[in-house]
Design a protein around this ligand. Structure first.
Ligand SMILES: [Zn+2]
Length: 177
């Protein structure tokens, strides 16, 4: 991809949806969000972050097995998930390919206009939609009604609240203990 470079902008600058810019060299893997000069808090996601940051491992496994991916990023993971988020919120997500930048320990970075809590809710909602789609394609009426029954009891808000508390206690690095 060749995009015209703005004179004076170096390659480590990421332009945010709010109009501010951030130097990707100032971001590190442990960050989930940061306070921006615009006054808002923006979520940060890197491709090296596991999808389990947002949803439990068993769901990650189901997604890996059921969602087909048509690119070279391997099984469904954070890169695909953020691609879905970007599709749904094209004006609220900025992304940058930093694969050429040795100073950053990842390949892709996304910064969203909303904070990490809101991003988490959006990701969970989209995962539910993806799974619903996968289950409906399985042509198994029993599975579909079971899924719908479970989902009717599922509350995104309380799930996210609880999940974030548990994960924060377990590890600040998103790894399974
Ligand atoms: Zn901002």
């Amino acid at each position: 991809m060749t995009e015209p470079r703005v004179p004076g902008h170096d390659d480590s600058t990421l332009e945010l949806p709010c109009g501010e810019t951030v130097d990707v060299h100032g971001l590190d893997m442990g960050m989930r969000e940061f306070d921006c000069d615009c006054g808002a808090t923006h979520a940060i996601v890197m491709d090296v972050h596991p999808l389990a940051r947002f949803v439990p491992e068993f769901l990650v496994e189901i997604l890996e097995q059921t969602v087909e991916t048509a690119d070279d990023h391997g099984a469904f993971g954070t890169t695909h998930m953020m691609g879905v988020v970007l599709e749904e919120f094209p004006d609220e997500v900025a992304s940058k390919d930093v694969s050429e930048d040795g100073a950053v320990g990842c390949t892709l970075i996304w910064v969203t206009d909303f904070d990490s809590r809101r991003l988490h809710e959006i990701v969970v909602e989209l995962v539910v939609e993806l799974m619903e789609h996968a289950v409906s394609h399985a042509e198994d009426d029993g599975a579909m009604s079971e899924f719908e029954r479970r989902m009717s009891e599922f509350d995104v808000d309380s799930f996210v609240e609880q999940y974030r508390q548990e994960r924060d206690i377990e590890s600040e690095h998103d790894e399974v203990v």
